[in-house]
Design a binder for this molecule. Structure first.
Ligand SMILES: Nc1ncnc2c1ncn2[C@@H]1O[C@H](COP(=O)(O)OP(=O)(O)OP(=O)(O)O)[C@@H](O)[C@H]1O
Length: 485
């Protein structure tokens, strides 16, 4: 499994956040603890890598008017049969037009009788809102009793993603009176409530299964089951087993919705069993890279030179927000320690730290208080922080396929990692470090797999590197304006 699995079958430290805790009940002011920007901006906000005169409104509408762009749609949200209070929520979030995946998925999702859906779309194109709109449309909040009855279950691979999705439900549903949201992620057993009484429940699979088993969460009235990052959730053991176990405890006729940017062929076959007779929205792997993300690599002679390159880049990293992906928790801790000792301000988040600390770090990163985040694959997927303008693959993501001893490039993880930048038409830069022939080969395979160009940055001239990155952002932005993704 490529993503660092933070919750295993044995993990009993359950975290349940009642609606009034990390995710607040729907309010009309839409204030959020995990403050998101309004979604209409295109350039990385707060980044001096962007040009200030840039007209973000023009840009997003240009992208949404290009039929070849994943953000394109002919319809308006008003044409999709949504409740006026939900439309009001979208408007408050400044979502003007649906993206392609939202326009295509919503009629399929909201059709009655409900049908299953397997949906694929590039990173940062609004899959979350697509399934959240369906979830909100299907909740019955008409009585006190129903408001306290769990009706929709969304499973995500990590606590950070579960909390983020809870925030999106709250934001879009802010005008739905009585909307209650429960977050079920690992927490101390002493903090567990006796009963989870929220209409929409978002959680990680192990915790949710455990809550159902302990009769804290009543599974009998669930109408919708969503798996976000579904390929990751279903592949391999661990999360996959937990998802199957959980689904086995839910009503048989539940609507199953699977979303991801990636569905490798083997997992897709399995996904079709998990979501029988599903409608499908698919992409070829050559269509998966996002034009707004400029992909670069740096040839570093040694591991030490990798570190030196990172430190050299630091000035650029802090211009916007940046994520540095490393292969292991140990590597993350070492780099953090070394950089901190040398006077740099960096934060780190891995599966090795406790839940409360993880929440504090990701919240600080979202708010911009922490600008450089060192992490493992635990944050490779789904995390949406629109100010991220730079992603560094300090280590090329690799995987050891089952039954093999040979490491291979992890195509899916590469795509998800670089997709933490370039969100919803924004521009971003992804730099991968390679320090030997093997890594260089992996990178070449990644390039071939996605049919994309990954250009070299020359580390012998740092002024040139800086110029190149700034120029890249400018060009990428110009390209993205006429993108044919
Ligand atoms: N119709 C819209 N108009 C404007 N902004 C939108 C719209 N839909 C989604 N967004 C914004 O786009 C960003 C990316 O959305 P989201 O996180 O759902 O992407 P995703 O497709 O799930 O990506 P990933 O595959 O990386 O998980 C979010 O900040 C969201 O608020």
């Amino acid at each position: 499994m490529s993503t660092e699995n933070t919750e295993t079958a044995g993990s009993l430290a359950d975290r349940i956040t009642k609606p009034d805790e990390s995710v607040q009940p729907a309010t009309s002011n839409g204030s959020t603890e995990e403050k998101k920007d309004d979604g209409a901006g295109v350039a990385a906000q707060g980044s001096s890598l962007q040009e200030p005169e840039f007209d973000v409104e023009v840009k997003l509408s240009d992208l949404q008017a290009d039929p070849n762009n994943p953000l394109f749609s002919v319809k308006r949200f008003e044409d999709l049969g949504l409740d006026p209070r939900i439309l009001k929520g979208l408007s408050a979030m400044n979502f003007r037009k649906p993206s392609k995946v939202q326009e295509r998925a919503l009629p399929l999702l909201m059709h009655n009788p409900p049908k299953n859906l397997i949906g694929q779309s590039q990173s940062g194109t609004g899959k979350t809102a697509a399934f959240v709109l369906n979830v909100l449309s299907r909740l019955d909040l008409s009585t006190e009793e129903m408001r306290a009855t769990p009706q929709a279950l969304i499973l995500a691979p990590t606590r950070e993603l579960a909390r983020q999705i809870g925030g999106v439900i709250r934001d879009i549903g802010q005008f739905l009176e009585g909307l209650t949201i429960g977050i079920a992620v690992p927490m101390d057993p002493s903090e567990r409530p006796k009963r989870m009484t929220a209409a929409a429940v978002v959680g990680t699979p192990g915790t949710v299964a455990e809550l159902i088993k302990r009769r804290i969460l009543n599974p009998t009235q669930f109408k919708v089951l969503v798996l976000d990052e579904a390929d990751n959730m279903l592949e391999g053991q661990g999360l996959g087993d937990q998802c199957i176990r959980t689904k086995g405890m839910l009503p048989r006729n539940i609507q199953v919705v699977l979303f991801s940017a990636t569905f490798p062929p083997l997992v897709r076959t399995y996904a079709m069993k998990f979501a029988p007779e599903a409608n499908e929205i698919t992409l070829r792997h050559e269509e998966l890279t996002v034009d707004g993300i400029k992909q670069l690599y740096m040839d570093c002679a040694t591991d030490e030179q990798k570190y030196n390159s990172l430190v050299q880049l630091y000035g650029l990293l802090t211009v916007g927000s940046s994520i540095i992906f490393v292969g292991t928790r140990v590597a993350a801790a070492e780099i953090e320690k070394r950089m901190t000792a040398e006077g740099h301000t960096v934060a780190s988040l891995t599966g090795g730290i406790d839940g409360a600390q993880r929440d504090a770090v990701i919240d600080a990163f979202r708010s911009g208080e922490a600008k450089v985040l060192i992490t493992t694959n635990v944050l490779a997927r789904g995390i949406d922080v629109s100010t991220v303008s730079l992603v560094v693959n300090y280590d090329v993501p690799v995987v050891i396929p089952q039954g093999s001893r040979q490491r291979q490039p992890d195509f899916q993880t590469y795509l998800h990692r670089i997709g933490r930048t370039g969100r919803f038409g924004r521009i971003g830069v992804a730099i991968t470090f390679v320090s030997n022939r093997e890594e260089w080969n992996w990178l070449r395979q990644i390039q071939e797999h996605f049919g994309c160009a990954i250009e070299q940055l020359d580390t012998s001239d740092w002024d040139e590197v800086e110029r190149m990155i700034k120029k890249t952002i400018k060009n990428t932005r110009a390209q993205a304006k006429f993108a044919t993704v």
